[in-house]
Design a protein around this ligand. Sequence first.
Ligand code: PLP
Length: 390
Amino acid sequence: MERIAGRMLGLGTETAFEVLARAKKLEATGRDIVHLEIGEPDFDTPSNIVEAACKALRDGYTHYGPSSGLPPARQAIAEYFSRDRGVQVGPENVVITPGAKPILFYSILALVNPGDEVIYPDPGFPIYQSVISFFGAKPVPLPLKEERDFCFDLADLEARITPKTRMIIFNSPHNPCGSMLSKDDLRGIAELAEKHDLWVLADEIYSKSTYEDPFESITQFPGMLDRTVVVDGFSKTYAMTGWRMGFGIVPKDAEPHFSRLMVNSNSCTSSFSQIAGIEALNGPQDEVKAMVAEFRRRRDFIVDGLNAIDGVSCRKPKGAFYVFPNVKALGMKSQELQDHLLENAGVASLAGTSFGPEGEGYLRFSYANSLANIEKALERIAESLQEVRR
Ligand code: PLP
């Protein structure tokens, strides 16, 4: 008898955590590693949020709460979302989860049947493909091409829609490419979703990390709140990755099902984290602005630095905190290059293929690290690639 259930074969992973573990092992042997593999702000959580959590602990927010979230936290998120996206939602549309990831999991579980088709971006956040396959649905990749600035063609999207298509997933600003969909693209997706009666999963976790164009949500188009699950959270915007605070904005009739999935898996999200989340949304936003300004400086620095290296070319991303340089001219597979940079240059990055087959020929660097470390990484990369080219 197999000791492990067969379904586990269908579950993928997020390579960033594996590379992080490898990099930590090297560090334990005394190597100096620059971490550009993990998508985590290097800033500390703003102190007003930390204080709110400490007070909440002292005030006794140490118990179970309702599975969809504490009423004042759901209210604060509904108000935030309504004013930020300019569409009216209520607390009954909000499901608070430990990080944003559970919303991805629950959306497929609650809204997609085995055998249904789900269209998702390639390259894209690896958890999409992983959970679609895990629950017996068919993942249908939608290629994002560099020539199109890592956005997709609406005709390509439409060509992938069949009678079995149930859901479209997209992520803007995008991990790993840093691209953003235009308002016209979003309108086009909304029209296709209406025409073919599809669910939309809009991963808006990077909505606050934008550098030029304003963020646009698909929920602004008529009828879309009824067929969209928005994924958002506190991890990236407020440097709260370890707190595990995320949320979904879901149609009213879907909420009880997300809530039941919460009861069955997590019971509820940490109560004092939710109280701190209210402070994050309603308190001063200066530190968020400062973080975004700093990310922008780092983006410009790393893009220029990468473009100065022979054989590497890098577009300027519009959002999130990743660059996705083209390394095809170096003549190595992305995975080999990722390993080479880790082992020889002490720079942890991710192969583009960690995000799907379309990522071959690219690397992803997270610039959620200090300018000094990014500079060190660039110097090391340039030097070690000289050896590769020799
Ligand atoms: N969606 C995307 C595109 C992400 O990049 C991430 C984190 O890396 C998440 C969702 C998950 O966020 P959280 O850490 O809040 O679960």
